[in-house]
Write a protein that binds this ligand. Structure first.
Ligand code: ZN
Length: 258
């Protein structure tokens, strides 16, 4: 598997996923068609597949134009997004699969940011595309679900093998880590990752992927049982009885206002 990271719009990433054995390729979340079509041509691949993690315009914006240019494209999205995903041809649910040449991805249904959000996990290659649910050191906003839903999603994604590489939908790493430090100022992994991310972005390079193992050390939405994080939340909301879901909910609330 070869993954070409395509920066699109102001801070989105589309990913061109190439099966080098067959030269077949698919794209995850084509926000805009131009940069994706350019990458397809540059790589000289047989472009067959679009995978949409969710229906937001900055993830499906290129669907229509790409299907016009490549009419045989298969377009995958969750079945709940049948009417919200342009040109959808393959409606999927938890456990369904997608093939790009010899590569096989399995869909994980992770509703909350939107009610039809999916991740796609390529187990053999140890890669997961997580859209706007799991970011490096963060999670997406809870637009169409509850804190309990997002907590379930964090459990599901962090249960993937530790060396799974995480490819999210946006470059939010620095802001996420700055926020994480307000909750866990003594977290050395967050401090180190922030320094690295600042150097990386200064060179205009992407900060992705991370790994599941790394997210467990830096991501406050996964680290809801951290004593330091809980103490920070408790200080700000002294009357709250803290369980994992409440901690995630308050963490998200603070992030929304960060
Ligand atoms: Zn979104």
């Amino acid at each position: 598997m070869k993954i070409i990271t395509i920066p699109v719009l102001s801070d989105n990433y589309a990913y061109l996923v190439i099966d080098e054995a067959t030269n077949e390729a698919g794209v995850v979340d084509p926000s805009e068609a131009g940069p994706v079509a350019d990458a397809v041509k540059r790589e000289g691949v047989n472009f067959t597949t679009i995978i949409n993690t969710h229906h937001h315009w900055d993830h499906v914006g290129g669907n229509k134009e790409l299907v016009q240019e490549y009419p045989d494209l298969r377009v995958y999205g969750h079945k709940r997004d049948e009417t919200r995903t342009p040109c959808i041809s393959h409606m999927v649910d938890e456990g369904d699969t997608v093939s790009i040449g010899n590569l096989e991805g399995r869909f994980l249904f992770i509703p909350c940011h939107t009610s039809g959000h999916v991740a796609v996990h390529f187990a053999a290659e140890k890669v997961a595309f997580t859209g706007d649910t799991l970011f490096v050191a963060g999670c997406g906003r809870l637009f169409e679900g509850t804190a309990a839903d997002m907590h379930n999603n964090m459990l599901k994604l962090s249960a993937l093998p530790e060396d799974t590489r995480i490819y999210p939908g946006h470059e939010y790493t620095i802001k996420n880590l700055e926020f994480a430090l307000t909750l866990e100022p003594n977290n050395a992994a967050v401090q180190a990752k922030l320094s690295w991310a600042q150097e990386t972005r200064a060179k205009n390079q992407p900060t992705i992927p991370s790994t599941v193992a790394e997210e467990k050390t830096i991501n406050p939405f996964i680290r809801v049982d951290s004593q330091e994080l809980r103490a920070t939340i408790k200080k700000q909301f002294p009357s709250l009885r803290l369980d994992d879901v409440t901690v995630l909910e308050r963490t998200r609330y603070l992030k929304d206002n960060f």
